[in-house]
Design a protein around this ligand. Structure first.
Ligand SMILES: [Zn+2]
Length: 249
């Protein structure tokens, strides 16, 4: 019999094991982050800043939503994309008009996008940003690709109107009551052609394809998109807003 004491296995330290595992996972997560950051386009990565010049991607909608309450960030993204704006003063609820028509975080587009006609409508910054990205990433490419011409102007029926949905006495306030919506009626091209929702939506040719492409693209940058497929009240325009309801028809 040996008089040597039996060898005892080294005691494991649970805390040290846990820390080692955590360090391993953190390193792996860091490597994945770096690989994604350098190989995936920024429009698909929620942590990369929104840019007007980036094509639409799987993270564009999320980034637009995050900017909704952030006045400064919204303006910074517009300015970074070369979109010129002029701030408009906030205006509190006007009780005479119904008490639900406050203007907050509003501005006017001054350049850097295809002009809206009539010019100078008041818009919330999130609607202006959604419009700028839609116009640059969807409408202009569709005009060039489907109609073979540059876009000259976007015709609209208005942004601000102190009213309820459907225009009646009851019901919830329209997004137009806070200038958080834009009604697009048509598009004028550099070659002189004019495409309108009223005349060309049902067209089987390029005009109709163009309108359906820009409607589909609007669903990526606006929350609510209502057109002729939604109801008869929208037979002649696309209602585009950044309200709380996700609708695309
Ligand atoms: Zn509308």
């Amino acid at each position: 019999m040996s008089d040597q004491p039996p060898e005892t296995p080294p005691r494991s330290n649970p805390l040290a094991d846990l820390l080692a595992q955590l360090a391993l996972w953190a390193t792996a997560a860091g490597v994945v982050f770096l690989v994604l950051n350098s190989t995936v386009a920024p429009q698909h990565l929620p942590w990369r800043p929104l840019r007007v010049d980036d094509p639409l991607g799987s993270a564009t909608g999320l980034k637009l939503m995050r900017l909704e309450g952030d006045r400064e960030a919204c303006r910074t993204v517009l300015a970074g994309g070369g979109v010129r704006t002029a701030d408009r003063p906030d205006r509190p609820d006007d009780r005479d008009q119904g008490g639900f028509c406050a203007l907050e975080n509003v501005l006017t587009l001054r350049g850097g996008t295809t002009p809206l006609r009539p010019a100078g409508p008041v818009l919330t910054c999130p609607v202006a940003l959604s419009f700028a990205i839609w116009e640059r990433q969807v409408v202009q490419p569709a005009a060039r690709g489907i109609l073979g011409s540059e876009l000259a102007s976007v015709e609209h029926y208005g942004t601000y109107a102190c009213r309820r949905v459907g225009g009646g006495e009851g019901g919830r306030p329209s997004e137009h009551a806070t200038a958080n919506a834009l009604d697009v009626a048509g598009f004028r091209l550099r070659n002189g052609r004019r495409i309108t929702v009223a005349s060309d939506w049902a067209d089987e040719g390029p005009e109709g394809r163009f309108l359906r492409a820009v409607r589909d693209g609007a669903c990526e940058t606006f929350e609510t998109v209502l057109g002729p497929e939604y109801n008869a009240a929208h037979r002649d325009h696309f209602h585009l807003d950044r309200g709380p309801y996700r609708v695309c028809r």
